[in-house]
Design a protein around this ligand. Structure first.
Ligand SMILES: Cc1cc2nc3c(=O)[nH]c(=O)nc-3n(C[C@H](O)[C@H](O)[C@H](O)COP(=O)(O)OP(=O)(O)OC[C@H]3O[C@@H](n4cnc5c(N)ncnc54)[C@H](O)[C@@H]3O)c2cc1C
Length: 486
């Protein structure tokens, strides 16, 4: 029985672990944190539960499929609630726009706010579905391990059909004339940690997931997905060690032969899979001389996706104006991305996202559990005073929109990009691995297979097919399939 060692129990690592264990491999997962799920992390503040990380679940079939492969019923681990009318958007001119999978309701709103878009909306839904279908059939379920994979003619043909040469923003200009409405759709670029003004229109496919397929919530909290995968992995015989750090991947004769844990104990393995962010974990765990194709300089050249400034606010009341998801937009969305990616500063006028899962599920908190997220630059160092002070910027802006949170606060926890880097080993605190602002990085992400070290593989947001909870899970599935078929 081949021994597989997985570094990290994020969704990518768990997916690879569950699949390989059920296919007869002897799998061990070593995770440095106490919880499984990596960025999908449960947080408890008194009686209030929060979902740190993925608040918006799309493509639930990816997780469901994994549970089924392990012979389990997905609904026992992740009971889903589909949110039909899922997101309210608020703009500085006082206008509002609600996102719903009910096409008729969308057109009714657009007739008032953007008559051109009302006419175009059915074509928009059709086009994003077309792009999604091509991406799903040609890109998602592939591992890219050699140049042959990239130069495959059917892949190149498909690539040309998914609008790689226009940006998310220019694509949306075809359908939405009202800038506020367009920005509500442009925000999807942040789901891959990138800017709508530079990332390829291919990623407008996220619109298909949210506006055709729907947004989901797991009753009891989204981290139940990761907890459930950890449970079925162990039930299938997999070994899971938490609170343990892998400190080195042992390479002999250009082959991964095991790992060192906590600087002392060694575990032998035939295959090693790294789920920790490749850009941080590969240089940290494999000596530079053993990876000539991935020197430290190369790792440093990648642009990280955006990070986040998060406030988890437990409040005593339930705000009547809040639904499950809402977004309070900045006045100048373009400027915000200039500040994030060029100036690498926190936005002076941020767009603020709030998830209030207690709206759908009142068992998770006695009042509202507000997960407040502002896009932040991914940087190595940060000024603690500036971070503390930014809290006021966020609360002040929300009160301008009529949401006065501070007087009702019961508990509060702030998480900054630096903490995200430290807690999850995320390169510069990036949420989604490498950004997709540059076309090369969108379509040619670091490979799932090490070029230099035999039997060393990578899963997670920095590799193919990309960031976001369903994509990293697919990366784990892809690598497990590759290993089990070779
Ligand atoms: C604030 C926030 C909001 C988000 N919102 C959404 C959303 O709404 N929808 C969505 O789909 N996605 C969202 N994401 C992104 C999503 O969470 C990630 O893309 C995904 O969870 C990353 O999974 P991963 O497999 O890449 O691993 P990660 O979650 O990065 O996990 C990697 C694991 O490896 C461990 N590790 C690293 N190095 C070592 C080592 N040396 N030894 C042992 N263990 C190690 C880490 O501790 C970590 O647990 C969000 C992320 C954040 C942070």
């Amino acid at each position: 029985m081949k021994k597989v060692l997985i570094v990290g129990a994020g969704l990518g690592g768990l997916a690879a672990g569950v699949l390989l264990q059920t296919k007869g491999f002897d799998v061990t997962i070593v995770e440095k944190n106490e919880h499984v799920g990596g960025k999908m992390m449960p947080v408890q503040l008194g009686e209030y539960s929060f979902d740190f990380g993925p608040n918006t679940i799309t493509m639930p079939e990816v997780f469901q499929w994994l549970f089924e492969q392990a012979g389990e019923r997905p609904e026992d681990y992740m009971p889903l609630v589909k949110l039909t009318h899922h997101t309210n958007n608020f703009f500085t001119d006082g206008s509002q726009f609600s996102m719903s999978i009910d096409e008729r309701k969308m057109i009714q709103q657009l007739e008032r706010l953007d008559p051109f878009a009302a006419e175009q909306y059915p074509a928009y839904l059709k086009e994003v579905k077309r792009i999604y279908d091509i991406a799903k059939s040609q890109f998602f379920y592939r591992t890219f391990s050699s140049w042959k994979d990239y130069t495959n003619p059917s892949l190149l043909k498909a690539l040309l059909q998914v609008r790689p040469f226009e940006t998310v923003d220019t694509f949306h200009q075809r359908f939405f004339r009202n800038e506020n409405i367009r920005n509500a759709f442009n925000r999807y670029a942040t789901y891959i940690g990138s800017s709508p003004y530079t990332s390829p229109a291919t990623f407008s496919l996220i619109g298909h997931l949210e506006m055709n397929d729907g947004v989901y919530y797991v009753k009891g909290g989204n981290p139940r997905i990761a907890k459930g995968l950890g449970h079925v992995f162990q039930k299938a015989g997999g070994k899971l060690y938490t609170n343990c750090s892998v400190t080195e991947i042992i390479v002999k004769n250009k082959r991964a032969v095991g790992v060192e844990v906590n600087g002392e104990e060694k575990i032998d393995a035939d295959i090693v899979i790294v789920n920790g962010d490749l850009l941080k974990a590969y240089p940290a765990l494999v000596k530079e001389q053993d990876r000539p194709h991935f020197k430290n300089k190369k790792a440093a050249e990648f642009e990280p996706s955006i990070s986040a400034y998060v406030i988890m606010a437990a409040v005593k009341k339930r705000f009547s104006q809040l639904i499950h998801h809402q977004v309070y937009f900045s006045q100048d969305y373009k400027q915000e991305f200039y500040e994030l990616f060029q100036q690498k500063t926190l936005p002076t006028d941020p767009t603020i996202y709030i998830c209030n899962s207690s709206y759908t599920d009142n068992t998770v908190a006695p009042g509202d559990n507000l997960f407040i997220l502002v896009n932040a630059p991914a940087v190595k160092e940060e000024n603690q005073e500036e971070m503390k002070a930014y809290r006021e910027v966020v609360y002040r802006k929300l009160s301008q929109f009529g949401l006065d949170i501070e007087p009702s606060l019961v508990h509060e926890r702030i998480v900054t990009p630096y903490e995200i880097e430290q807690t999850f080993g995320a390169f510069k605190g990036a949420l989604y691995g490498v950004s997709s602002n540059r076309k090369m990085d969108s379509f040619l992400r670091p490979s799932n297979v090490s070029k230099d070290v035999k039997n060393l593989y990578f899963v997670g947001g920095t590799t193919h097919p990309g960031g976001g909870s369903p994509m990293v899970t697919i990366s784990g599935i892809n690598v497990a399939m590759l290993i089990s078929s070779s």
